[in-house]
Design a protein around this ligand. Structure first.
Ligand SMILES: [Zn+2]
Length: 324
């Protein structure tokens, strides 16, 4: 048997500002900062955040699975914990952790969502900035522009220079991005793409993140809590991100709530294809479950502060369940 995971790349468009925070308040430019990639300092959405929201939304749509199979797993008080059944579409897809009942990492693994196109206002109207290293990860090879230059796509009107707010840049070769390499990314964005150097990309992004101010509401009085003004960062509306979901072949796993995975009985003979053991566990079913969850990102949002008009993310090309 050959090992054949199914890898799907999803592009996603921010419909609102998105704040996926590091979870701690600290003294810096803002009180609540968003998660960043350590090497590049570029904002990202951790795969664990994507998987967590996706799990919850998928469970909401499965009869009898919410909240039991949506949460953290371990039984506590009235909460029974994950069901951990081999035929539970939620536990099989996203994994489960039942303490003594065994645990399973799940057939679907989410990568972090990385920024691909970042919207910036220029004197030529809105443009979407990107850079060679980001495109290289998508198997798109574009040369780094010369120092002090940018390369712009045909939809950006300019007169030999591009003014990105505080930055005045000369123009290098024209940029032309192939739509096929960016499935689901609106052509308006590709036509208004601007390629800058890797180093400049990080600067432009970090200088143009939204910073918002909010007040904490005192739950006792419903009024603003004293001195509770805080600021937080967010990826702006119109940002384009990409992430991958890898779906492992169920043939290689043994899943049972009764039998811990380490159990010796759980090999060879009992480790038949999950497809044969339960109707909900084929690769296709797992993908449908994932996409049912991702579909709700565009209405329910991800990250913190969803109630403040934040967090809606439209994941493109969700085909497994049919239709968008
Ligand atoms: Zn379950």
């Amino acid at each position: 048997m050959t090992y054949q995971p199914d890898v799907t790349k999803y592009f996603a468009l921010a419909l609102d500002p998105i704040h996926v925070g590091t979870g701690d308040m600290h003294l810096g430019r803002v009180d609540m900062s968003i998660v960043r990639e350590p090497g590049t300092n570029l904002p990202k959405i951790p795969g664990t955040s994507l998987a967590g929201a996706c799990r919850t939304y998928a469970a909401m749509q499965e009869e009898g699975k919410f909240p039991r199979c949506a949460g953290q797993g371990q039984a506590k008080g009235n909460y029974e914990g994950h069901c951990g059944n081999y035929n539970c579409p939620i536990c099989v897809t996203f994994g489960f952790s039942k303490g003594e009942g065994g645990s399973f990492q799940g057939l679907a693994q989410f990568s972090d969502a990385r920024l691909v196109f970042f919207p910036v206002h220029s004197l030529a109207g809105p443009v979407w900035v990107t850079c060679p290293s980001v495109l290289r990860d998508l198997k798109v090879d574009e040369n780094e522009p010369a120092d002090g230059q940018v390369r712009v796509a045909s939809g950006v009107k300019q007169s030999g220079r591009l003014n990105l707010g505080w930055l005045m840049l000369g123009l290098g070769n024209a940029l032309s991005l192939d739509n096929d390499k960016f499935p689901g990314v609106p052509p308006e964005i590709l036509n208004r793409a601007v390629l800058v150097s890797d180093k400049m990309f990080s600067h432009i992004v970090n200088d143009n993140l939204e910073v918002r101010t909010s007040v904490s509401i005192d739950p006792q009085t419903g009024a603003a809590a004293d001195g509770a003004l805080f600021t937080y960062e967010a990826l702006p509306r119109g940002s384009v991100l990409v992430f991958e979901v890898v779906i492992s072949d169920p043939k290689f796993y043994c899943i049972s709530g009764k039998v811990p995975l380490s159990d010796k009985n759980c090999t060879q003979s009992s480790n038949q294809s999950i497809e044969e053991r339960g109707p909900s566990n084929g690769k296709k079913q797992v993908k449908e479950t994932v996409e049912s969850g991702l579909r709700l990102f565009k209405t329910l949002g991800i990250g913190g502060m969803n109630t403040r008009g934040m967090g809606r993310l439209c994941v493109q090309k969700l085909n497994a369940g049919g239709g968008q």
